[in-house]
Design a protein around this ligand. Structure first.
Ligand code: HEM
Length: 339
């Protein structure tokens, strides 16, 4: 199969996954404001697991593979991509039904095996920041067993490790793949992202300051060199500024800030780059209203961290819910127009 066909295949998985992920996310947001026609409130944790795993397995990783493919790098072949898509969907369905159970763990292990294969295939001598990506992926995979073992024995430790794991994947493994060539040497990027991951994950302020501060600078520089649309470039710059704010503990570097961060990255620059703004095609009229809802939802998530503003919690929850629903609807409408 030719490279363009592989790209189409990956893009279809990413489009399907992003649609399912945002619809589940919108349903979860509505639970927070008391609208729960599907009765998800009783299974909130399980659906949240399905949502976040689907987002990582079947949107953030395929989006990185699309970018790697465009740069002539490694991507799974069509059969492996199809098997990966199928086990990812199976994992998401099993998370929804049983939470962490035999099927979701087995399917997630298969997903992890594909990531391990990616780490092996992309492993090279250290050059620029892209070569940190397979190492960060391998390091992240090493955290999976400790997280699983600690989940029952020491749930707070497992939660800190899980946050560190997700950040290591996002910043260490995926960012260089999404953006391509960067100015930072691989060892420096690896050190910065490991500090950011453990500083953020374990709420260790000095590690967060140095790690996210360094990531802000490295990302800003990489964005200057990357072949991006104007919209994607502006969104990545906003991401770098967000890292700088998080490094400084603004507004509070709490749960709302980390939720706003992952949602801004996924729905903003990554979705725009992978699915929404394509070279040689006209920009959709839905793009700007969609980005406005992403901005509003992320601002509301951040505002939820501001306890000194009276009433901000309730208002922020409402704004996050309704802007999130509008964001999901616009994104699905946009994908239906141009999958
Ligand atoms: C592809 C896009 C998306 C990805 C990759 C994604 C990823 C994630 C991740 C990783 C988490 C867990 C975060 C944590 O616990 O720190 C999460 C939670 C959540 N997401 Fe998303 N998400 C996406 C889109 C959306 C959208 C569009 C909405 C709303 C319309 C949404 C609503 C939620 C909700 C309600 C939670 C649980 C928040 C909580 O427990 O406080 N997500 N998402």
């Amino acid at each position: 199969m030719t490279a363009p066909a592989e790209r189409r295949d990956l893009r279809r998985w990413a489009a399907l996954a992003v649609a399912l992920t945002v619809l589940a996310g919108a349903a979860l947001r509505l639970v927070f404001v008391g609208h729960d026609p599907l009765g998800l409130g009783a299974r909130f944790a399980a659906v949240r697991h399905a949502h976040s795993h689907l987002g990582y397995y079947l949107f953030l990783f395929p989006a990185a593979w699309l970018a790697l493919r465009a740069a002539g790098g490694w991507v799974p072949g069509v059969r492996l991509a199809a098997a990966y898509g199928a086990v990812s969907l199976l994992a998401a369905a099993a998370f929804t039904v049983q939470g962490y159970g035999a099927v979701s763990i087995a399917a997630s292990t298969a997903v992890g095996a594909v990531w391990a294969a990616e780490a092996v295939r992309r492993w090279r001598r250290f050059g620029d920041w892209r070569d940190a990506s397979p190492v960060a992926l391998a390091l992240g995979l090493c955290l999976v067993v400790p997280i699983a073992l600690m989940t029952r024995r020491d749930p707070p430790l497992a939660a800190h490790l899980a946050r560190s794991f997700l950040t290591l994947l996002l910043l260490g493994a995926l960012l260089p793949a999404w953006l391509g060539k960067g100015r930072w040497p691989a060892w420096a990027w690896l050190a910065a992202t490991a500090l950011a991951a453990f500083g953020g994950g374990f709420e260790w302020a000095p590690g967060r300051l140095v790690g996210y501060g360094a990531c802000a600078v490295g990302l800003w520089q990489a964005v200057a060199d990357a072949p991006l649309s104007h919209v994607a470039r502006a969104l990545w710059r906003a991401t770098a500024l967000g890292f700088a704010g998080y490094a400084l503990g603004l507004p509070s570097a709490g749960h709302g800030a980390s939720l706003a961060g992952v949602h801004f990255i996924a729905l903003g620059p990554v979705a725009v780059q992978a699915l929404l703004v394509r070279p040689g095609r006209p920009v959709s009229p839905l793009l700007w209203p969609y980005l406005a809802t992403v901005g509003l939802m992320c601002a509301a998530l951040l505002a939820g961290d501001l306890p000194w503003v009276p009433g901000s919690g309730l208002l922020a929850t409402r704004v996050a819910a309704w802007s999130g629903v509008a964001c999901a609807a616009l994104l699905v409408a946009q994908l239906a127009r141009r999958p």
